[in-house]
Design a protein around this ligand. Structure first.
Ligand code: ZN
Length: 322
């Protein structure tokens, strides 16, 4: 019987899970409400329930469970520290807790890294060399696949591009510092800049027709309609994303940058602008070396990447990488 793997993604609004084979085929899926506000124990109970349902009848073929969770976390020790979107979690030894309850080996990875790994193996990354995954949604995150390996760093914190400072005088960030890329170029930031436009702006009138609260989508919609204020916001967003990415390109020399997250899906017009701006920030030898492409797995990147945490080692030994 062929080997199967479970991928769980705790990073979204729901607990998403899938039973996956070695080729990345999604054989079974499950989605459960996270209800993060209830604290760690009920969320862990639902996570265990998801794995039990996914593995029903095929348990003996399941070689491992991969869990993508919001950081900060330590993927080596398997401890989740205190993620802002998992209230009440404080140094939860999630891997150990799950292994004890499931009796199946578990790997833990932060959600941006898992999505990067999913896109690398099964999506837009095409299993080639050095790839950077950038996610732009409510926050900004990244995952680094360097020479075919997921790069984690000394404390497994690597890849926090969202908290690299791109303007020391910039707005306050959720991390307590200011001018982080996330505070200037996330979906949340785009919405905030839209909110700050004149109340008579097209952005506000689009928001009024849609519940009243300005969201990033309204800014993109106004931009699509040729609105000058929306254009200023989108150009500024692209400028800061390009600064962040150009820094990574000069450090890691990736062949590909894969851009995912809600904002990338809402803003298909983002790509031509981003490519152009990015090229203008690159030192001569780097120009034209890095493709910028949209992610191709959508919300499945996390579950596929989490499952692939188990399959990559056997694959690599086949390819002679390890
Ligand atoms: Zn920050």
């Amino acid at each position: 019987m062929k080997s199967l793997y479970v991928g769980i993604d705790l990073g979204g609004t729901k607990i998403a899970g899938a039973l996956v084979d070695r080729d990345g085929s999604l054989l079974r899926r499950i989605r459960l409400e996270t209800r993060a506000e209830q604290g760690p124990q009920p969320v862990i109970d639902r996570l265990v329930e998801a794995v039990i349902q996914l593995t029903d009848g095929v348990r003996s073929s399941v070689k491992g469970v991969g869990v993508a969770a919001p950081g900060p976390l330590d993927s080596r020790s398997g401890v989740v520290f205190s993620p802002p979107n998992l209230p009440g979690w404080m140094d939860v030894p999630l891997r150990q807790v799950l292994e004890d309850r499931l009796g199946i080996p578990v790997k833990l990875e932060n959600d941006a890294n898992a999505a990067a790994w999913g896109e690398y193996w099964f999506g837009a990354g095409q299993r080639k060399g050095t790839m950077i995954y950038l996610t732009v949604s409510t926050g900004v995150g990244s995952g680094l696949v360097l020479d075919g390996r997921l790069f984690r760093g000394e404390n497994t914190f690597a890849g926090e591009i969202g908290h690299t400072i791109v303007d020391p005088e910039g707005p306050p960030c959720g991390c307590g510092r200011k001018g982080c890329l996330e505070s200037l170029a996330s979906g949340t930031a785009i919405a905030k800049f839209g909110q700050n436009t004149d109340p008579s702006s097209l952005i506000h009138s689009l928001a009024m027709e849609d519940g009243g609260l300005v969201r990033a989508e309204h800014v993109f919609e106004a931009y699509r309609m040729g609105d000058a204020q929306a254009e200023i916001i989108i150009r500024q967003t692209v400028l800061y994303l390009a600064i962040g990415l150009s820094n990574l390109i000069h450090i890691f020399n990736p062949g590909k940058i894969v851009v995912g997250g809600g904002v990338s899906r809402a803003g298909d017009m983002l790509f031509p602008l981003l490519r152009e701006q990015l090229e203008s920030y690159l030192m001569a030898p780097f120009r034209g070396t890095c493709e910028v492409v949209p992610a191709s797995l959508g919300e499945d990147a996390g579950v596929l990447g989490a499952a692939a945490l188990w399959t990559d080692s056997s694959r690599k030994s086949e390819q002679g990488i390890m």
